[in-house]
Design a protein around this ligand. Structure first.
Ligand SMILES: Nc1nc(=O)c2c([nH]1)NC[C@@H]1CN(c3ccc(C(=O)N[C@@H](CCC(=O)O)C(=O)O)cc3)CN21
Ligand SMILES: CC(C)C(=O)C(=O)O
Ligand SMILES: [Mg+2]
Length: 284
């Protein structure tokens, strides 16, 4: 059992801000855990930032299982959360349960689903079975086609109603937290005040119980980051410089340098052995 549990996350509401970051592989997850971040999250955003897709709709359970396994191997302290990908829980409660179990068996401590009110039965069932669930409302990227792209949510009373309805359904069904993605900050504040479970915002302002960002956005290694993401480093530039140096040094004959290879000190010894080796080859 890892140190950060769903119960601890719940208890942080109103006391301490919750931090969450996506990670999709072993070395990234090691660093996220070492940094003291509370929740290391295998998001279905991996379809875009790792696999180069234009949206998250083609992410498979297999991809989520493999990346969750790599992340889970690295994390000792943080809560490991895995996204349920598009198509893995909508068709039936049974299928949702089966797929949630696969993510838990890959090493996740909890799963996240998009929506709330539409999945109350699934959330209740998972929680009763012992699988902690995080919900997700506001901009839910799995509705990309219907929304016609990614845009801010909560401008109309209908959207505000829908977001509140999701959050309350999730609270009722036993979810331990809810992501509020890309809503007007006032809407996220309202939800945060209206539900007893923590709200974790992304692009939804400061009046929430925690924040989540995508790894590649935070580190500057993705070209199409959303406008609300803060770039804490420009690793893209650093990586590019390193790769250009490698390319230049090999072409110039500068790499490998003397410290990067091993040679026979006694060249006569080498000539004898090489001669013997050639002779043995010819005998065959
Ligand atoms: N790298 C990355 N970071 C994210 O935060 C993220 C993903 N990917 N993929 C899944 C969702 C999608 N998200 C997004 C992505 C883009 C915008 C965005 O750029 N909005 C633009 C308009 C884009 C358009 O014209 O369609 C804006 O200015 O509001 C917002 C949220 C947030 N999530
Ligand atoms: C944007 C976050 C909340 C997410 O669901 C993801 O990274 O997949
Ligand atoms: Mg997601």
């Amino acid at each position: 059992m890892r140190e950060v549990t769903p119960k601890k996350i719940r208890e942080m509401k109103g006391r301490e801000k919750i931090t969450m970051i996506t990670a999709y592989d072993y070395p990234s997850a090691l660093l996220a855990d070492k940094a003291g971040i509370d929740i290391v999250f295998v998001g279905d955003s991996l379809g875009m930032v790792v696999y180069g897709e234009p949206n998250t709709l083609n992410v498979s359970m297999e991809q989520m299982v493999f990346h969750t396994r790599a992340v889970a191997k690295a994390v000792k302290r943080a809560l490991v959360l895995a996204d349920m990908p598009f198509g893995s829980y909508e068709v039936s409660v049974e299928e949702g349960v089966k797929n949630a179990i696969r993510l838990i068996q890959a090493g996740a401590d909890a799963v996240k689903i998009e929506g709330g009110a539409d999945h109350e039965k699934l959330v209740r069932k998972l929680v009763r079975m012992g699988i902690p669930v995080m919900g997700h409302t506001g901009l839910t990227p799995q509705r990309y086609l219907r929304l016609g792209g990614y845009r801010i949510m909560g401008e109309t009373e209908e959207e505000i109603e829908e977001i509140l309805k999701d959050a309350k359904a999730l609270e009722r069904a036993g979810a331990f937290a809810v992501v509020i993605e890309f809503t007007l900050a006032d809407v996220a504040k309202l939800v945060t005040e209206e539900v007893s479970i923590p709200t974790i915002g992304i692009g939804s302002g400061p009046w929430v119980d925690g924040q989540v960002l995508v790894w590649h956005d935070l580190l500057g290694i993705y070209e199409n980051s959303p406008p609300f993401a803060k770039r804490y480093a420009n690793l893209g530039e650093i990586i590019l410089k390193a790769l250009q140096s490698y390319n230049r040094e090999v072409k110039a004959g500068e790499f490998p340098g003397r410290e990067h290879y091993w040679e026979f000190l006694d060249k006569d010894d080498f000539r004898r052995k090489a001669q013997k080796a050639r002779e043995r080859l010819e005998e065959k």
